[in-house]
Design a protein around this ligand. Structure first.
Ligand code: FES
Length: 176
C-alpha cells in the first residue's frame, strides 16, 4: 500500500467486475507476498500512468452544469403575459423571480416557478413536447409542473394565474 506499510496490500475499484478482477487481484497479491513475478501486476499497480477518461467526462459535465446554472440565473428573458398565445409559453419575472407560463388549448394559463427542484438550475421551455426541461441533469416537468422525469422528485412550484392578472409582468427588479 505504501513504503510505510510494505506488507499491506490493497486491491480495489472493481466497478462491478469483482468476480473476475477480484480473483485476478488475489492471484497477483498471492504472488507479491511470495515475491514472485506476476505478468499482470502492472495492470493493477497504483503507480501505473492512467488518466481515467471518466474523470474528464465528470469535469466536463459539471462545468456544463455550472454554466447552465449561471446562465439560467442571468437570463434576461422577460416577456409579458399579454404576449402569450394559445399553446405557447413565455418566461417572465415577477418580484425578481423567474416564472414560466403556458397557455393551453382551452386558454387556461399555467404558471410555474422555473427553478428546478433538483439542484436549482433554471428550466427552459421545450416547445416540441410542451414541457419544462432542465439543462443541468435532464429533469423534465409537465406544463402543470409535475415531474415527468428525474432526477428531480418534487414538482415545480405552481402559481394561481389570477395572482398575476392585472399585474405588469414586465418587472424591472434586478433580483436575479
Ligand atoms: S438541477 Fe435540474 S435536474 Fe438537476
Amino acid at each position: 500500500m505504501s513504503d510505510a506499510h510494505p506488507n499491506v496490500y490493497v486491491s480495489t475499484g472493481y466497478r462491478k467486475w469483482g468476480m473476475t478482477t477480484g480473483t485476478l487481484a488475489a492471484m497477483i497479491l498471492s504472488d507479491a507476498v511470495q515475491l514472485k513475478q506476476n505478468r499482470y501486476a502492472s495492470l493493477y499497480s497504483p503507480n501505473r500512468f492512467y488518466a481515467n477518461p471518466s474523470i474528464a467526462t465528470f469535469l466536463r459535465e459539471n462545468l456544463n452544469v455550472s454554466k447552465h446554472l449561471l446562465l439560467g440565473k442571468l437570463d434576461l428573458t422577460n416577456q409579458s403575459l399579454d404576449d402569450l398565445n394559445t399553446n405557447e409559453a413565455i418566461v417572465f419575472k415577477h418580484n425578481g423571480q423567474r416564472k414560466g407560463a403556458f397557455k393551453d388549448a382551452e386558454n387556461h394559463i399555467h404558471i410555474v416557478d422555473t427553478t428546478c427542484t433538483h439542484l436549482g438550475c433554471e428550466v427552459a421551455w421545450n416547445d416540441g413536447d410542451h414541457t419544462w426541461d432542465c439543462p443541468c441533469h435532464g429533469s423534465r416537468f409537465s406544463y402543470t409542473g409535475d415531474v415527468i422525469e428525474g432526477p428531480a422528485e418534487t414538482p415545480l412550484q405552481t402559481h394561481d394565474h389570477s395572482l398575476f392578472t392585472n399585474l405588469d409582468t414586465k418587472d424591472d427588479s434586478s433580483g436575479w
